[in-house]
Design a protein around this ligand. Structure first.
Ligand code: C2E
Ligand code: CA
Ligand code: CA
Ligand code: CA
Length: 275
């Protein structure tokens, strides 16, 4: 059995070693991908749940890696944050997205996700405005999604950032709401334009009784604070019906479609005469 344990130890060591190797390959791949421009915006539709009207798109990052294929952001965003290249990556993606969105009908908005790490950059708002100016893109068509966990950062810093973005005409949404334990006073003290309910509370409605209560509570909260609500993760008509009853404004999810690359979006918009 001692021999057995030794073997297991070697196996474990081997496992660790190959994980480390994979990790450093990922890191090198991401750095190379940034140089080669391999990060691509995909887009998910945002719909008025009442009328079914298309309101805009949320940009979701994808990595087209020559070695790994299409990689999801949950894999590469945390590494980009650790490597300190998230700002650069985000700018690359937003630049492409503004170029895409400029062709869309001017009624359509573009939402982008911003990492808490980026918010620590004191020049973040300036950089974003520079991108808007360079891309000749109207600020009022851009929506910035910051996650609820950002409220754990210095609240004064977050407040002045949100304020300066809104002064420029950009809207700011509080993303993944319900997952980050923010307090009501924090919510009240920040001038957000909108709340996004995380899909973990939405996807299993109406069977998930806790989910129903949480969504009800958040929509009451939104009403109280005068904040419109977006629900993500709508996968069925059943969920949609339930949300309509609660007065949710915007919806996203696989019911409406998966995130798609620019060309597929153009196709969609052409049919709707919105290109
Ligand atoms: P998120 O902002 O909460 O985005 C929603 C995620 O849920 C997306 O995953 C989307 O594809 C997925 N989704 C949408 N509808 C449904 C549905 O009906 N059912 C299910 N099961 N899933 C649905 P994705 O694209 O893998 O993105 C994951 C997360 O990565 C995003 O979560 C966002 O936090 C982050 N992310 C994406 N792009 C960027 C980016 O450019 N910058 C930063 N900092 N983060 C990004
Ligand atoms: Ca988001
Ligand atoms: Ca998120
Ligand atoms: Ca979410």
């Amino acid at each position: 059995s001692k021999k057995h344990g030794r073997n297991r130890f070697f196996w474990f060591e081997h496992q660790m070693e190959s994980e480390l190797r994979f990790r450093s390959q990922l890191e090198a791949g991401i750095r190379r991908g940034l140089q080669e421009g391999e990060f691509e915006p995909y887009y998910e539709q945002q719909i008025d749940v009442e009328t079914g009207k298309l309101l805009g798109f949320e940009m979701l990052a994808r990595w087209k890696s020559p070695q790994l294929g299409l990689v999801n952001p949950d894999v590469f965003i945390p590494i980009a944050e650790e490597l300190g290249v998230i700002g650069e990556m985000s700018e690359q993606l937003i630049r492409k997205a503004l170029l895409d969105a400029k062709d869309w009908d001017s009624s359509l908005t573009l939402s982008v996700n911003i990492s808490p790490v980026q918010l620590r950059d004191p020049w973040f708002a300036q950089r974003l405005l520079k991108l808007l100016i360079e891309g000749n893109f109207p600020a009022n068509r851009l929506d910035v999604e910051i996650t609820e966990t950002c409220l754990h950062e210095n609240i004064g810093v977050v407040r002045s950032l949100v304020t300066s973005l809104r002064n420029q005409g950009v809207t700011v949404s509080l993303d993944d709401f319900g997952t980050g334990y923010s307090s009501l006073s924090q919510l009240r003290s920040l001038p957000f334009d909108r709340i996004k309910i995380d899909r973990s509370f939405v996807s299993n409605l109406p069977r998930d009784e806790e989910g129903v209560k949480i969504v009800q509570a958040i929509s009451t909260l939104g009403e109280g604070f005068g904040l419109p609500i977006t629900a993500e993760g709508i996968e069925s008509e059943e969920v949609l019906d339930m949300l309509r009853g609660l007065g949710t404004f915007k919806g996203q999810g696989y019911l409406y479609g998966r995130p798609e690359p620019s060309e597929a979006i153009r196709e969609r918009l052409r049919k709707l005469d919105l290109l």
